[in-house]
Design a protein around this ligand. Sequence first.
Ligand SMILES: Nc1ncnc2c1ncn2[C@@H]1O[C@H](COP(=O)(O)OP(=O)(O)OP(=O)(O)O)[C@@H](O)[C@H]1O
Length: 490
Amino acid sequence: MADLASRITKPADDAAPASETPAATDTAAAETHVGDAQNDGAVESLGGSGLQEPGYEVEITLSDLQQNEATPFHSATTWEDIGLREELHKGLLALNFLKPSKVQGKSLPLMLSDPPTNMLAQSQSGTGKTAAFVTAILSRVDFSNPDQPQALALAPSRELARQIEEVIRAIGHFIQNLKIAPAVPGALPRGEPVRSAVVVGTPGTVMDIIRRRQLDVSQLKVLVLDEADNMLDQQGLGDQCMRVKGMLPKTIQTLLFSATFPEKVLQYANKFAPNAHSLKLQRSDLTVKGISQMFIDCPNDSTKYDILCRLYGLMTIGQSVIFVKTRESANEIQRRMVADGHKASALHAAFDGSERDELLSKFRSGESKVLIATNVIARGIDVSSVSMVINYDIPMKGRGDTEPDTETYLHRIGRTGRFGRVGVSISFVYDKKSYDALSSIANHYGIDLVKLDTDDWDDAEERVKEVIKKNRAQAAYAPSATDPQKTGAA
Ligand SMILES: Nc1ncnc2c1ncn2[C@@H]1O[C@H](COP(=O)(O)OP(=O)(O)OP(=O)(O)O)[C@@H](O)[C@H]1O
């Protein structure tokens, strides 16, 4: 297997600036290659913002049930094609979502067809999966019965559940009687029955409220698992999700969404959501082309912090996320960065629920510029102005961190480069283990990483600065369902 050395794009003197490297501008080139099953040419400007959704191919497999039907499948290129209820259509347009993204256009006609069929949908990070399943939920719910729980969405973290709640609120803005219950620790009054049509939460809390008979599941029609591969992982949340599913009506429509579906989870996913339609990506299409992936080879562990400071000292980075392995190092780096004058916060599971909500909200509003986090926010969190992600520690998994965590790498770097924006990811390696781990991740996805040379900071600055500048220009006018200041609904 090739190692990192063969995956490095050498920054030659005459190399194009970062904004012109293939990694940063592949969108246009990719357009000519888009040719999935429907070849619907979805790579166009979306949202009236001039942003272009990255080109990637999606393989569609229809459920056995649908394959037997005479009507061929058509993906939608306009909201009108999908035939949404008026308030929903209005809500999407108010967010400046002028037409469906690829995953939305392909998954929604399948999710909304009758009889309701299960769905497994994979698409790159930041391509609008949330709006896809939120639109499906809000289409299925009968709002003449607003107090009766009818849809349940589960996410692996409190932050993501909260964010999904916000997206439902934003897209459902014009729906009268829309009530959403947040089933995350500390958010629901204990003992009171849930009187909301839509419930969004984490599996542990949802299991609790079902057991305590706070949540009447008898009329639930739709179950969504966001970050489904993570939710079904047998080493983690899989058991809880299985138990929740076991308590729900047998006929419930189950929708599984993620940017990653590793083989070993797929088999399990097929049991969890049998006879599902599926949208899948090729492995080579998993990484978002607009993210320029770079790395720094640090002399040793103790020089990592100095190199980090040097990087932040070089330029105005805007907003960034630094991923670390432990809570302790998150706290330590935050302490040092604040002492060095940065507006930095640490976010990890040792904080209580309301502190975590506040920390993320300060980051969303721009009050805090650098978020130093463990994997709690590696998945799903959508802050469009994040222009840089640092892997201060390479993500590892397995007992004793023996294996590189390829999925977490992809989700972490996906916190930037959202919906056609550009972004930079920089991974720090400092010894053989971290170097080999990053090599293996690069080989897994077939990506070329640009080495930033710490002996030539001018060059490093040039490469990173270009991308960050472009991201800032894009973020200024791009739509976002979770940032009201940037939506038409504001
Ligand atoms: N049709 C659309 N037009 C314009 N912008 C959109 C559209 N759909 C979604 N977006 C925006 O795209 C961004 C990314 O969407 P979202 O968070 O749903 O991505 P995702 O695919 O769920 O990503 P992840 O895999 O990281 O969870 C959001 O800021 C959202 O507001």
